[in-house]
Design a protein around this ligand. Structure first.
Ligand code: TK8
Length: 339
């Protein structure tokens, strides 16, 4: 009896030893260097989240998946990095959805103004079936869309005047992100819209090549636009996200274990980034108030008028994007609104 108990214990110990060895073996993770590029500087929300992602990935992989982060568009603008990922000469990046729309037109949906009322709605739609569906569409174009990070609600800065009334946008030479919808929307609002990569924006503002731009306050602060832009108008006209991307060419060479670890780290980075973004946006507002910028709110009435001005192009692009797609998005938003 005692003997058979002993045998059982020995047998159990052997089984568990085997499983442990088996698991260690099954973790097929090689030592790899992953170049991760982004457009904002190291002190930005993007910079902090990129470093967090690199650290998490290091921890999860026992130091094998080594992510090197490159900010300030040092690996290129969003547009250039996208192309490098497709070609396989760069592994990963984070960038705006707007330039993705030139590859997968559906991403242009995020440039339709006044869609989301708050971050809660954006989170639910982006992390839900709608956001996922768009990320999946990138596969066929040579990109793997991992998670959405928050860029945020965008406000307008310029060197001409406060945008307090809808008419104040008239004739402002405004840099916009590079796709048809952004161009069309700001054109309809009366601005002289100029598409340009973000990496060229500070110089363009400083040299007065353009009068203004629109971005969330955290970017206006971290990119020091307050040094060259006297007016900040809180239009909150659109919420735009960022997407963490991998090169599909490269991704397909990874083992399932490696892919799983990267996905896991990316999801963790999303939670970190959004929390940081929201805290940073409040801090940035306070800093901008002290910077000497003239900051104005825009009344609900004038926002309604801006919205009405944009409506014809919103209708036009809804047709182009596909009315079903836009309806799906609206339905997802309504679900959140109805709680
Ligand atoms: C940074 C950009 C930026 C975006 C823009 O590379 O282009 O205005 O808001 O965050 O992706």
């Amino acid at each position: 009896m005692l003997n058979s108990m002993k045998k059982l214990v020995v047998a159990l110990a052997a089984v568990s030893a085997c499983t442990a060895a088996g698991m260690a073996h099954a973790q097929d993770v090689k030592t790899r260097i992953i170049r991760f590029g982004y457009g904002l500087n190291d002190e930005s929300v993007q910079g902090r989240a990129a470093r967090y992602l690199a650290e998490e990935l290091g921890k999860l992989s026992g130091g094998k998946l080594k992510m090197r982060t490159f900010g300030s568009a040092n690996l290129g603008s969003d547009e250039q990095m996208q192309a490098a990922l497709v070609g396989g000469s760069q592994e990963m990046m984070v960038g705006s959805t707007a330039p993705l729309a030139t590859m997968v037109k559906e991403f242009g949906v995020y440039d339709l103004p006044f869609l989301f009322n708050n971050e809660k709605e954006a989170d639910a739609v982006l992390d839900g079936p709608f956001g996922e569906k768009l990320l999946k569409m990138l596969d066929a174009k040579g990109l793997v869309g991992l998670v959405y990070w928050e860029n945020g609600f965008r406000d307008v800065t310029n060197s001409k005047r406060p945008i307090a009334k809808a008419e104040d946008m008239e004739g402002i030479k405004l840099r916009v992100m590079q796709n048809q919808i952004a161009l069309g929307v700001f054109g309809a609002l009366g601005a002289n819209a100029v598409p340009m990569p973000f990496s060229e924006l500070f110089t363009a503002l400083e040299t007065r090549t353009v009068d203004g731009q629109e971005n969330p306050v955290s970017t206006i602060q971290s990119s020091k636009f307050y040094e060259v832009q006297p007016y900040l108008s809180l239009t909150h006209h659109v919420y735009t996200p960022w997407v963490v991307l991998a090169s599909k060419k490269w991704w397909d060479t990874l083992s399932p274990d490696e892919q799983k670890l990267i996905r896991e780290a990316a999801v963790k980075s999303r939670e970190f980034e959004r929390k940081d973004s929201r805290a940073d946006s409040q801090k940035s507002m306070q800093m901008l108030e002290k910077s000497g910028m003239k900051i104005n709110k825009v009344s609900d009435e004038e926002l309604k008028r801006l919205r009405a001005k944009a409506q014809p192009v919103v209708d036009k692009y809804t047709q182009e994007l596909g009315p079903d797609l836009v309806k799906q998005l609206q339905d997802e938003i309504n679900k959140v609104r109805q709680g």
